[in-house]
Design a protein around this ligand. Sequence first.
Ligand code: SAM
Length: 230
Amino acid sequence: MSWRDFWNGEHSIYVSPRHKLLHYRAIASDLIDHIPAPDAAVLDHGCGEALDAARVAAACGRLQLCEAAPNVREKLRAQFGRIGNIAVVSPEEVEALPEASLDLVVANSLVQYLSPDELKALLRTWHGKLKPGGALIAADVIPPDVSPLTDASQLLVFAWRGGFLTAALAGLVRTAFSDYRKLRAQYGLSTYTPEEMSALIREAGFAEPQRPKNFGHNPHRMTFKAFKPT
Ligand SMILES: C[S@@+](CC[C@H](N)C(=O)[O-])C[C@H]1O[C@@H](n2cnc3c(N)ncnc32)[C@H](O)[C@@H]1O
């Protein structure tokens, strides 16, 4: 099984429906904070199920939801197909977008599942698709020194605040025996120091990245925001 198969299948990365709901609500709120204008063209790359995408779409001009997993794209189409300013697209369709057509690209919790070469290629793609002055946000990037135990403790803090602590404790036990843990042990996750990530973003043509608060619940992970020079 590869990461791609994992995301395309049924998985229990969210410990309960409430966890999933609160997660996607928080990511949508963080994304909305960065929308530069009500008519902005926004791409959420590696969006997952994007449960709160309707709220994001209401805050921008057009929202493109890009997912590599065909089964997730089907779910997204079923849920958001009727919303006029949402389009569900594959990575290949992102490649085919017109150059300089986007105002904001967000990729939350995606970078760790890409090889360094895949990340470099995507950074170049995003740079090409953004308008001059447009912004890229790569969020929830994992630094090399954060262990799975830190991830687990941050999940428990989130669960305590969100009222799903029991489900989180059970979920952590499930994860210890799951495909996720096996894949994480087998393939690892791509991690970057702040300097490495900033250098890759600059090499793709962006200005020096800013480091806003991380998206979501885990402050040990990192967010980078970089503008395409005008
Ligand atoms: C950890 S989930 C993150 C989902 C969502 N962004 C969030 O923050 O909850 C990673 C998602 O990225 C998708 N993905 C992985 N590689 C991708 C790629 N090259 N292009 C688009 N989506 C990709 C996976 O299918 C999965 O749904």
